[in-house]
Design a protein around this ligand. Structure first.
Ligand SMILES: NC(=O)c1ccc[n+]([C@@H]2O[C@H](COP(=O)([O-])OP(=O)(O)OC[C@H]3O[C@@H](n4cnc5c(N)ncnc54)[C@H](O)[C@@H]3O)[C@@H](O)[C@H]2O)c1
Length: 434
């Protein structure tokens, strides 16, 4: 098949390289001309394991083409995937500006029957608004489908090659057949449904994952009050196959471009459908509280009892990890940004290190120092705070770290170090719920 993918971001590039890898001819469009120029040379705009190799191979084998021109690609395509961003507005609802503009441009260029498939996460029922736009411009036959994306940054290629499920939301038999054929080489359960159910599956899935994380964080708070060890508690709870270990871990809270925005958008949408999603409001509140909880742990570990004014004035803090999770350089809605901003407001001096996202972070947090190595980051600091669970942080040489730090203090926001080992070496160790 010939396919156009609109939006060369995380979802668009992974979708385009997946379908090219499966033998289709794929055009990938973005309005960002510099991004397209780089992609033509095989330069990927962000860090995602294996993605650059897949893209370079498909470019070389003439299965994947990058362009900023809708007229060059859409008229030749049987399926157009919309993969543009749907970021949050101030009130939590999804901002659909990019989506409407992409759909309008696609509609102007349709030729022959085209299946417009929405991969972006969009609010329930919005296909009506999209249909109204397409109807205004389209000169040929088209149909709609909703096929939400479930990839995780950091493991996006492997997730798209081995999906748990492929959701096909459409009321057209022809569209269903085309999408089943396109996905035929891939494993995973097929969920065939209407578009609204497809959109709801996406919001419900991300909200459920966020709920598991906030549940684990609530357990961690209870463990701190009762003296239990949350690591053992989640191990015991998650061992039940009905519950599972995945996403049942405490930490500094969930972040990234999906969970926070999708939880808020789901709350906003359900309110519009006259349902107060109290459970999700609590999930969001617990997540927000993780930042102040970590800052309190930092104060406590330094012996600061006064919670007023700039009570961290002059304290040198090493922040280990900036990306919202390991194996990505994505800083969108990363907990590190909120934590660092609070610490800076309280007067702390920050030196941060992330194996992949220092450069991205410099644009978001220009007022802090950056180190290009873990040990340089902690050198002569009052304490080290682990914010992202990069594997190399779990393997830190604690004896070396003790010599470099001014004070042997660790606040482990991801519970990746062994508390006993750290304490035996003379560290003051504070984790989450243990
Ligand atoms: N990132 C993830 O992990 C993930 C996972 C599943 C679903 N999603 C959803 O997929 C959608 C895309 O997310 P993303 O992270 O890939 O976004 P992104 O910000 O990485 O990429 C979006 C791209 O679309 C381009 N764009 C915007 N308007 C355009 C237009 N009119 N024509 C062509 N290109 C245009 C932008 O320049 C950008 O490169 C969102 O709805 C998101 O919620 C994301």
């Amino acid at each position: 098949m010939t396919i156009t993918v609109i939006g060369a971001g995380y979802v668009g590039l992974v979708t385009a390289s997946l379908f090219a890898e499966l033998g289709n001819k794929v055009y990938c469009i973005d309005i960002d001309k510099a991004r397209i120029a780089n992609l033509k040379k095989g330069i990927v705009p962000f860090y995602e394991p294996s993605l650059a190799e897949y893209i370079s191979r498909s470019i070389k084998e003439k299965r994947l083409f990058f362009t900023d021109s809708y007229s060059q690609s859409v008229p030749k395509s049987q399926i157009v995937f919309i993969c543009v961003g749907t970021p949050p507005k101030n009130n939590g609802e999804a901002d659909l500006t990019y989506l409407f503009s992409a759909v309008e441009e696609a509609a102007k260029n349709l030729k022959g029957y085209t299946l417009i498939t929405i991969k972006s996460t969009i609010p329930i029922g919005f296909e009506h608004d999209l249909e109204a736009i397409v109807k205004k411009y389209a000169k040929s036959k088209y149909e709609f489908a909703s096929s939400p994306e479930f990839l995780r940054e950091g493991t996006a290629i492997s997730d798209s090659l081995h999906p748990d499920r492929i959701v096909i939301g459409t009321n057209s038999k022809k569209a269903e057949k085309m999408l089943l054929e396109l996905h035929a080489p891939l494993p995973g359960e097929r969920i065939i449904c209407d578009t609204r159910s497809a959109q709801l599956i996406k919001y419900a899935s991300n909200s459920f994952l966020a709920t598991k994380i906030s549940f684990a964080n609530a357990l961690a708070a209870i463990c701190e009050k009762t003296g239990a060890d949350v690591a053992k508690v989640v191990q015991g709870v998650g061992a039940d196959k009905r519950i599972g270990h995945s996403y049942l871990y405490p930490g500094v809270g969930y972040g990234g471009s999906c969970l926070p925005k999708d939880v808020l958008a789901f709350i906003a949408q359900t309110r519009n459908f006259d349902y107060d999603f109290e459970l999700l409001r609590a999930v969001d509140a617990i997540n927000n509280a993780q930042v102040s909880s970590l800052v309190n742990k930092i104060r406590k570990s330094l012996g600061i009892t006064d919670k007023t004014g700039k009570n961290l004035e002059g304290v040198e803090v090493a922040i280990l990890g900036l990306a919202f999770k390991p194996n990505t350089d994505d800083m969108r809605d990363a907990p590190s940004v909120k934590i660092i901003n609070v610490l800076v407001d309280l007067g702390a001096n920050i030196t941060a290190y992330d194996p992949k996202s220092n450069e991205v972070a410099k644009k978001i947090l220009p007022n802090i120092k950056y180190a290009n190595d873990l040990y340089k980051a902690i050198n002569e600091k009052d304490l080290m705070v682990i914010v992202t669970e990069w594997p190399q942080f779990a393997e830190i040489d604690l004896e070396k770290a003790k010599k470099l730090l001014k004070k042997p203090i660790i606040v482990d926001g991801r519970n990746i170090l062994d508390p006993k080992k750290a304490r035996d070496l003379g560290f003051s160790y504070t984790g989450i719920g243990r």
